[in-house]
Design a protein around this ligand. Structure first.
Ligand code: MLT
Length: 266
């Protein structure tokens, strides 16, 4: 499906429309809404599940001018307006988590609960920022597919890397992303704000979840982040790396279901 919002055509999937609770799934980098295929399939039986392609990814157009976590957050709020949804559980993985923080800062009244998957609140260090610049140069020189191949082993757990179906799903998504979208996103990741001051401001229920084998945002960081959010739950997903919803959907979905059962009661 497509919606015209904030000057772009945004692609999204929308399942389980009859349910009152809405779950907005925000993908990471350099991915698209297919990251959440197993969540959409399983969770739409008892909630409305919306999974957009962010600006510049998947089937969603890019727009001129710099991207930021804030512009993504405003696109998502506009998508909820388009769908006539007042509040949603906002779930973001990695870059999607940075966007979830921005969404909370800009549209708190629209957040029913937060799910922060394989993400971090810290901004990029000096070294990480230089790495983004090098990645931009590499994508411009060698293309998006070569960059995706180089990234892939760091995103998946050893268990997933031994599973051809998981590797193929991740590769298919990553190599499909347009180079221009990747370059714009790398700059926005490099320049994203520090979300650490946001953590103690969270007043909705929060679940921090991540892969046990995530080397990019390791479980120790998830634990630290959960400790800084009042009342947050923590779930560690075994046999999963940075793409935990794709790598171990059964455990990931169970953690989300448990959490949302408690949210419904709250
Ligand atoms: C992601 O998965 O979205 C990226 O790892 C985010 C990042 O590079 O900071």
């Amino acid at each position: 499906m497509f919606a015209h919002i904030n000057g772009i055509r945004m692609a999204y999937s929308d399942r389980g429309q009859r349910h009152p609770m809405a779950l907005l799934l925000v993908h990471g980098f350099p991915l698209d809404h297919r990251l959440w295929a197993a969540q959409t399939a399983a969770l739409a039986s008892d909630m409305r599940v919306i999974a957009p392609d962010l600006c510049g990814f998947g089937q969603t157009e890019s727009r001129p001018g710099p991207l930021s976590m804030e512009t993504h957050a405003d696109d998502l709020a506009a998508l909820l307006d388009h769908l006539k949804i007042r509040t949603a559980v906002v779930a973001g993985l990695s870059m999607g988590g940075y966007i979830a923080f921005a969404f909370w800062r800009r549209h708190p009244a629209r957040v029913r609960a937060l799910i922060l998957a394989d993400t971090r609140a810290e901004p990029d260090s000096g070294v990480a920022r230089a790495g983004r610049d090098a990645a931009i140069a590499a994508v411009q020189q060698s293309g998006a597919a070569a960059y995706a191949e180089e990234m892939l082993p760091r995103l998946l757990s050893p268990t997933s890397l031994a599973n051809p179906a998981v590797v193929a799903a991740a590769r298919k998504m990553m190599t499909a992303q347009p180079a221009a979208g990747i370059v714009a996103a790398l700059a926005s990741l490099r320049d994203r704000p520090d979300s650490r001051p946001t953590l103690p401001t969270v007043t909705v229920p929060a679940l921090v979840v991540g892969g046990a084998d995530d080397v990019l945002t390791p479980p120790a960081d998830a634990q630290k982040m959960a400790a800084a959010i009042p009342g947050a739950r923590l779930a560690v997903v075994p046999a999963a790396g940075h793409l935990s919803p794709l790598e171990n959907p059964k455990t990931f979905n169970a953690a989300v279901r448990d959490f949302l059962t408690a949210v419904r009661r709250s």
